[in-house]
Design a binder for this molecule. Structure first.
Ligand code: C2G
Length: 162
């Protein structure tokens, strides 16, 4: 019998942390179903995104590791999704540790380690820094950029140093 994995996420400003999680989940079974939060659901939980639902789900749907992309419209549909898609494993990053344990009555629930040093929030902050608000204060605009490039310090040679 094929093993189906299910996960949910916002997937705004899609990055390698998202990709790594989805690839690791897919490796645990045969088919990966990914639920992407709708804009209405995000509004209800006070989460703002840069990209709207259609853009976010398009990216997820077109990934090699994703077999099916569905919408996550509310917090109540999880048990139905597990049943409808015949899910064996429900998986999330470990920032959600314990938060989906109630689903253990329906299937196995796992939490995988998050990728460090990258997040949509961090990228959003960088974009905000480059926004109009900070045009008058370039020093301030560069603060979030400096925190993001920090880990690469010394690893990127300038053209004339190569
Ligand atoms: N993730 C990760 N490493 C990162 C960032 C995110 O492994 N550096 C994982 C998260 O743990 C999550 C998934 O990628 O499992 C999607 O992350 P988000 O897009 O931030 O989604 P989130 O808002 O956590 O949505 O009802 C549950 C929500 O839909 C979860």
């Amino acid at each position: 019998m094929k093993k189906v994995i299910l996960t949910y996420g916002t997937f705004d400003l899609f990055h390698t942390g998202h990709l790594s999680l989805l690839n690791r989940l897919k490796a645990l079974g045969d088919e990966l179903v990914v639920g992407v939060t709708t804009d209405e659901f995000n509004a209800l939980r006070g989460k703002q995104t840069i990209f709207g639902f259609e853009d976010r789900i398009q990216i997820v749907r077109n990934l090699k590791c994703v077999d099916r992309a569905i919408s996550l419209q509310n917090g109540e549909q999880k048990a139905d999704d597990i049943r409808s898609y015949g899910v064996s494993i429900f998986g999330m990053g470990d920032d959600w540790e314990g938060r989906f344990d109630d689903l253990r009555v329906h299937c196995e629930v796992i939490y995988l380690p998050r990728t460090e040093n990258i997040s949509s929030t961090q990228i959003r902050k960088l974009l905000e820094g480059l926004g109009r608000t900070y045009v008058s204060d370039p020093g301030k605009a560069l603060e979030p950029a400096a925190s993001i490039v920090g880990p690469f310090d010394g690893k990127v040679a300038r053209k004339d140093e190569r």
